[in-house]
Design a protein around this ligand. Sequence first.
Ligand SMILES: [Zn+2]
Length: 140
Amino acid sequence: MIQYSLRCAEGHSYDAWFKSAAAYDEQKARGIVLCAICGGRSVEKAMMAPAVARKDSERVSLSAAHPEAAKVREFLRQYRQKVVNEADYVGDKFAEEARKIHFEEVAPRGIYGEATKDEVAALVDEGVEFLPLPDVGEEN
Ligand SMILES: [Zn+2]
């Protein structure tokens, strides 16, 4: 999906979604891109650079000042401590090792380590189960 800011000859502007840049061009060529406000036919893109749908993976959910926050933080701290104590640290080989465990190429065991955003996305696609390891500072 691609989002364009459109503006008609009457000065109406609005945002519209298209399946792709090519789909917009095709609809525009057929004269079926109409102003959402007045139905006018002379509609142009208001911006040269289209905004591509934001990836939700780039956002994080946050909360603040919940009465249970201290309890949750303590739980997460203990969870992290348990993982660090009991699982094997595999460093930047996390994706590789998690995949081996998932596809039963090696005996199951607890591991933790680091992965890049792309590796995380690939693991999700492959159905490999894992959790973010919370990093819980005193004030975070
Ligand atoms: Zn209009």
